[in-house]
Ligand binder design. Structure first.
Ligand code: SAM
Length: 458
């Protein structure tokens, strides 16, 4: 729906775009007077009905445009991790990964600038159960939201870390894929963040471009020979996009050309030194401004051999502990359960093998799926287990209506019907778990972690 104001697109920004492709400046500026589309990506591991009539995002499976923005905070399925609200253009990462990486193999992927987790939730859905995704965020205050979103997504093939890019250089040639969704000047999101244009300046573009180069310089050593580097921004500036492509070609990286469908409206560019780039303009695609470019690291003299200590960082649970936990966790997962102090985790064998090595270099803030802890003879299940894909189907559950679900998500105590099972029960809305209560008969205790509760009035 067109808004009434006219959008003033900075002339120097248009000039920068015109160095790499021809663009209809008026149409681009005009598209900023329209409201931005709202799009969601469904969690393929948490089947959700009711979206089939919606217009799909063309370059990403199970992703849809909503007719209008809804209050996601009031939707229990949002809290259950059934979908992620993500800007449509950036979902193109799925096509990029499918066209450039063999996703049927167990691989190691680093999402370097990951908070709040849009790209990481997408990547974790595409990886095999025994792959490793490190979702990293350098800014400490942003790691909590990232860890929460990864927990909601429910897979155990993820570590969340809080590190500076340079900390990864000691993990020499470790990763098959590195995604750098770089901090940028943000011009592609002018429509989303209307005040961003006031803060936009050519000086900031240069500052961002230099920071992007430093980040890439730090991270390239961690990519395996033959590995894939995916670089993206939400900026229109050639200085942060194609010119960064040229910078990467000076390193041991080669450009990769993608093959997007013509009718998607994505513009292919080439930098001075012929790095391929893919640009999303809001007057040509149903999404915001976005840029993505892909590179392969040249094959070197041989792969780095890592010394992996036989001494594992975490232990196996004993028989008695396993038998207590088995009521809560899918039987097939029991061999993958590990123990650290009183806590139990579900961790795939790739993470188990490398946890000590990774822990020596990185600050790990979340590993695999936290299942819970044993206190005395009782197992106290953790919220992450409720939202994971590994919950035992036979676990006691109560299905609640929307009003009760929202009450639960505000961490208020809810009432159970008299016939409800005693002890720990998973609370479900529309068949999807949203957390744990302990039913004591005359009352219930709500086990939603305090930091996860809905704080706003609903
Ligand atoms: N990939 C995220 C997603 O899809 O949800 C969005 C990432 S956002 C474009 C860029 C991220 O880079 C932010 O989370 C920001 O905190 C982080 N960042 C800022 N400065 C950084 C730096 N010097 N090195 C690495 N990351 C940085």
């Amino acid at each position: 729906m067109p808004a009434s104001t006219n959008f003033d697109f900075p002339v120097s920004l248009l000039d920068s775009i015109k160095t790499v492709c021809s663009v209809d400046g008026d149409a681009l500026a005009h598209s900023h007077n329209a409201t931005q589309p709202v799009s969601i990506r469904l969690n393929p591991f948490k089947f959700t009905n009711g979206f089939n009539d919606l217009k799909p995002v063309l370059w990403c499976d199970k992703s849809y445009y909503l007719p209008e923005r809804i209050s996601f905070i009031k939707d229990p399925l949002f809290h259950a991790g059934c979908y992620y609200v993500q800007e449509a253009s950036s979902m193109f990462l799925e096509t990029v990964l499918k066209q450039t990486v063999d996703l049927s193999k167990d691989i190691s992927v680093l999402d370097l600038c990951a908070a709040p987790g849009g790209k990481s939730t997408l990547i974790s859905s595409l990886l095999t159960e025994n792959s490793l995704l490190i979702s990293n965020e350098v800014i400490k205050t942003r790691v909590g939201a990232l860890a929460e979103n990864m927990s909601k997504w429910g897979r155990s093939n993820v570590l969340v870390t809080n590190n500076d890019p340079k900390h990864f250089s000691s993990l020499h040639e470790y990763f098959d894929v590195i995604v750098v969704d770089a901090p940028c000047s943000g011009s592609g999101l002018f429509r989303k963040q209307t005040d961003a244009i006031e803060h936009w300046s050519e000086e900031n573009v240069i500052h961002c471009s230099q920071r992007q180069q430093r980040i890439l310089e730090d991270i390239i050593p961690a990519l395996k020979p033959g590995g894939t580097l995916i670089y993206s921004t939400c900026s229109y500036s050639a200085e942060e996009n194609e010119q960064i492509g040229d910078y990467l070609l000076e390193k041991e990286l080669e450009p990769i050309q993608l093959n997007p469908e013509k009718q998607w409206g994505i513009i292919e560019t080439q930098s001075n030194n012929k790095a391929w780039g893919y640009r999303f303009f809001p007057h040509l695609v149903n999404g915001e401004g976005f840029f993505i470019s892909v590179f392969r690291k040249r094959i070197g003299d041989g792969e780095t051999e890592y010394h992996r200590s036989k001494k594992k960082l975490i232990d196996k649970p004993n028989k008695e502990e396993l038998s207590i936990i088995s009521n809560f966790v899918e039987e097939v997962q029991l061999p993958h359960i590990l123990k650290q102090k009183e806590f139990f985790f579900l961790i795939n064998s790739k993470i188990e093998t490398d946890l000590r090595l990774l822990g020596e270099h990185l600050t790990i803030r979340k590993k695999g799926t936290l299942l819970g802890e044993i206190k005395g003879k009782d197992f106290i299940p953790h919220h992450e287990l409720a939202l994971s894909n590994y919950l035992n189907n036979d676990i006691s559950a109560i299905e609640v209506d929307k009003e009760t679900a929202l009450k639960f998500l505000k961490k208020s105590d809810i009432k159970c019907p008299d016939e409800s099972p005693r002890g720990f029960c998973v609370v479900k809305f529309d068949t999807h778990p949203i957390g744990w209560i302990k039913n004591l008969g005359n009352r219930t205790n709500n086990y939603l972690p305090k930091e996860w509760r809905i704080l706003t009035e609903i």
